[in-house]
Write a protein of this length. Structure first.
Length: 277
């Protein structure tokens, strides 16, 4: 494995929690409906797949304090890894062809990243500092700087709009599943199955909103409408903003494939003495 990949995985490992701890520490019951519906069981499985539940709460508290650039980059690495690990454990995804799994995650990783960033209350004030540090290390033309900063603003706006809706954990899980199971991915061998999984996720979200928020009849529509706008966030900007310091020129798509294919057999490497973050 390349040095950059080892650094990335080591950063993730420092914040990793055992899967059982993540599930039990979520702060919600096993079934948000009390086991009353078929779709509620589906949502429960989506929730149980969340690997970083307890860490989210810790980072929310830490966001009020000073956070260094290296810390936020490691935090971003954990957010990305959590999206992949979550996908590997949700209903329907493991049964897809591996090529389809890779194609889906490569297409939507940035959307899942934005959703996770909102869910775990990522401190957005650090983004301009990261940009400044990155521009200092790799200067670019003035027009590119303007475009880059504009994309950062779009990222911040999308996260803030999600926060403003006060999306709960079950809703976030459904929204991530809807985003993940998209037939827009090129070369899918089981496109009809992917479409069915997306429809199931949409139905689960609709039922959840209707039963848990009966006084907000437009809530489901508002949540659903947030998903297309996630694609306005540039994946390349997220990569340059949060991951270049950790992985260098290694494409995020390559790391995603490695994380997905390694599965539970992956042996987490220790940081070598000569590797600096």
């Amino acid at each position: 494995m390349k040095r950059e990949a080892i650094q990335f995985f080591a950063a993730v490992q420092r914040g990793r929690v055992p899967p059982t701890q993540g599930m039990l520490g979520f702060g919600f019951g096993a079934d948000p409906f009390g086991g009353t519906t078929y779709l509620s069981s589906y949502i429960s499985l989506l929730l149980r797949a969340e690997p970083y539940a307890t860490r989210y709460g810790q980072i929310q508290m830490a966001s009020n304090n000073m956070i260094g650039i290296d810390n936020i980059c490691e935090f971003a690495a954990r957010i990305l890894f959590s999206a992949v690990e979550w996908a590997r454990n949700i209903p329907g995804f493991p049964e897809l062809q591996v090529t389809d799994q890779v194609a889906l995650l490569r297409l939507v990783w940035s959307e899942l990243f934005v959703l996770n960033a909102a869910q775990c209350n990522m401190p957005l004030h650090i983004a301009p500092l990261l940009a400044a540090a990155g521009l200092h290390a790799s200067p670019m033309a003035a027009d590119r700087v303007v475009a880059f900063m504009d994309h950062i603003r779009i990222f911040q706006e999308q996260v803030e709009k999600l926060k403003a809706l006060h999306v709960d954990a079950a809703e976030f899980s459904c929204m991530k599943a809807i985003a993940l199971f998209t037939t827009d991915a090129i070369g899918l061998t089981d496109a009809s199955v992917v479409e069915q999984l997306q429809e199931k996720s949409q139905c689960a979200l609709e039922e959840y909103c209707r039963t848990q928020y009966p006084n907000q009849p437009t809530r489901f529509g508002k949540l659903l409408l947030r998903l297309p706008s996630l694609r306005t966030v540039s994946a390349s900007v997220i990569e340059q903003l949060f991951f270049v310091r950790l992985v260098g020129k290694t494409p995020i798509e390559t790391l995603i494939r490695d994380m997905l294919l390694s599965g539970n057999s992956f042996q987490w490497p220790s940081m070598a003495a000569g590797y600096s973050m």
